[in-house]
Design a protein around this ligand. Sequence first.
Ligand code: HEM
Length: 501
Amino acid sequence: HFRRPRAGEYPPVVPSFLPYIGTGIQYVRNPSEFLGSCLNEYGPVFKMLIGGRQLTVISSPDGIAAILRDQHNIFKSDSIQIELTQAIAGLQENLPRLQEILHHQLAPIVGRTFAKTSIRKFTTVYVERLLQEMSMFVARSEKGTKAVSLMEIGGRCRLAALCHTLFGASFTDDIYDDMNCLDESIYSRLHMVPFNWRRSAEARKRLIIRFSTYIAQAEEGIALGDLMTSTVDIFRANKLGPGEKAGVLLVFLWGMYANTTHMTFWALTEILADEKLAAQLRAEIDDVLHTHGDIGRGDAPCVTDLPALLRADAHALDGPGLSLLDSVIQETIRLRVIATPSRLVSCDTELVVDAGAGRRVMVRKGEYVMAHLMGTHWDARWYEQPDRFVPDRFVAGRYASGVETVDGDNSTRQKRTKLPFFGWGGGRDICKGRHLAAYEMKLLIALCVHHLHISHADSDKHEFGPSLTDPLPPRAKKQSVGVQQAEHDVMVRLNLVGGGS
Ligand code: HEM
């Protein structure tokens, strides 16, 4: 991707009149819109100054791949993510070291724990607990008489199941409200936007206290799973203080919680708005149930039980029969990922912007490159009607040359693809939780579509279908981190299909 610099190849620069701050104010107000309007005006490569950083923003597939799949270790990620760690954990000192621990010691363990070949150890316990949590949630919602938050169905049940599986049976605390409250404040904290910080500061304080107590118990020898045993070993080896350990654990759990929760919410709102899609997904899941057992075979009524199947095999939905559901997940990620992986350039380098056209750009040591994923995911050259949710967009065969898989790809080989997809990042720093995230999304969507009866609380109809009063999906907030957040929640009514247990 790289060659020596030539004069006159520098990208257009977004004008700014403020020294140091540069275009920071426009960017922070609404990053996605600002980057989108710069892309329209200047093309797939442009440069801007933000808070003292010279950033080259790249929106083309070749350019993004060159940044993410850099094999020469030219683009370093550490320094930018420190700010996110600080925003979540609220720590002021020792941050570069804590970031180093998260990035170089914990992330690889997360990658190994949730690799395709080893994930079952986690998911077998997780699925059992998730089913329990969902049943309790439905019971609490008084069988459909009370409207409940769609965000909460995924968020609360998932978080409880994650905590149970990660931390063990002794961790019974319900930390959803605090986690959610902290999550809502992360953008403002990260970009120092004024906000009412008191509630989220108190929520964070409670989370830190709870995690400190948990880690102290863990160090005294309560039974731990593999992931927590390795985590506690890392804390010990690095001689971290109690607050630092709790802060790192909070960052870690937020990473597991936030993106997947928002993504699941978006997918469910799209399904809630489209009766036909809901029916197609139900039929797809029915077929999987039929192939796994006698239930519903022949003329017998289809009294399928997804929970029973999942209890028998936590990965029963992993087979090839759910191509529409897989596509819905990938399409949701395409549409809702707003991450802008940024890297510090460690030496003067020329990187490819468009291999076919021979276009390259020079980036200098000490500057930053930003992979503007939305620039590719929302580009009409690759995606027809890019701002629309097209449920079957990623169903194999829809495009002649095939598509990338939902797992992303860690390799640098040329792919036979017409749909460039970077929802999980790529290369060395590819999302280490992607298999778990895709698994959880699939599980939750399948359970909500097939096992639960969900209806929009604003709708008169007690089934999937659009509501006139409150359009679905809701609008996205202007300011979110990594994955779009919704401007407001969606209230739904909930019943178990057939009133089953
Ligand atoms: C739908 C949900 C998710 C999405 C869309 C997502 C997306 C991403 C993206 C785009 C990156 C790359 C960032 C960069 O290159 O700078 C990333 C990194 C990462 N993700 Fe995820 N993620 C999701 C869920 C998860 C979950 C559930 C976990 C934990 C189990 C996780 C753990 C990580 C880690 C540890 C990294 C850093 C990898 C490294 O630096 O080596 N993610 N994720």
